[in-house]
Write a protein that binds this ligand. Structure first.
Ligand code: F6R
Length: 247
């Protein structure tokens, strides 16, 4: 695993944007696996800046996002489709019809998941999969559980995830209770993984994910078995991992 320990969130975001930009430049028709949330927001802003300065061309890029809340439409400003449009897609020359997010408005979970798996199979393999890390070790919305789910599935969000995500909603009751997410198998099939973490609140779970045992109770721990993982974090988020590694 390659680790970049950056001074702060801004430096981390520049590093992540640089890795994504290199991918797009070296393979203009690449498939990017993308994530939402506060961790990648700064990197998307930096990519938009580079695009506006003429450094990047997204016209050949395809993207597949990790997840979407069940029940939210793309017009809902809390949906992950809305997040992607407003943070990245609306500001670069990506072909929107080549950007994929699970269909939050499909009420039939089996159909929504089967459709998304078919898209991933058709468009894949993902060249570079960007991931954030949940406080409980989730990646995508693969919550701690007894097994690693392989493919796209519908999950019941845990109390800790609802708690962490309520900051984006007016009130806690508004946070959807279910989501569609790529499975761990889908994620592990990406050629390269780019995991980003920021803030002291992530320090414990980063150390557990990479120095603890591989278990579905800490979904991100599976990344120990992927042979091309890059971890980019700020000093606060990586502090405990670095201390463990020095032991
Ligand atoms: C978002 C996603 C989630 C987040 C994770 C961390 O698409 O898949 O796994 O990456 O919850 O969120 P932030 O970055 O907001 O701390």
């Amino acid at each position: 695993m390659k680790i970049y320990c950056e001074k702060d969130y801004e430096a981390m975001s520049r590093r992540v944007a640089g890795i994504l930009a290199a991918q797009v430049t070296l393979k203009p028709d690449c498939v990017l696996g993308l994530a939402t949330g506060s961790s990648p927001a700064g990197a998307y802003k930096e990519l938009v800046r580079r695009y506006q300065e003429g450094e990047l061309d997204f016209s050949g890029v395809t993207s597949v996002n990790l997840d979407e809340y069940k029940g939210l439409s793309g017009e809902n400003d809390q949906s992950y489709r809305y997040f992607m449009d407003s943070n990245l897609f609306d500001h670069v020359n990506i072909d929107k019809s080549r950007t994929f997010v699970p269909d939050g408005l499909e009420p039939d979970s089996e159909k929504a998941c089967a459709d998304y798996n078919a898209i991933i199979r058709r468009e894949g393999p993902v060249d570079l999969q960007l991931l954030g890390l949940g406080n409980n070790g989730h990646i995508g919305f693969n919550e701690p559980s007894a097994v690693f789910e392989k493919e796209t599935h519908c999950v019941d969000l845990t109390a800790s995830t609802i708690e962490a995500n309520k900051r984006f909603f007016e009130k806690e009751e508004d946070v959807p209770r279910q989501a569609y997410t790529m499975g761990i198998g889908n994620i592990m099939q990406a050629k390269k993984i780019l995991l980003i973490v920021s803030g002291e609140g992530k320090a414990d779970i980063v150390a557990r994910a990479f120095c603890g045992s591989v278990t579905p109770e800490v979904p991100a721990s599976i990344l120990q078995f992927h042979d091309d993982v890059t971890l980019v974090g700020d000093e606060a988020a990586l502090s405990k991992l670095m201390a463990e590694m020095e032991k």
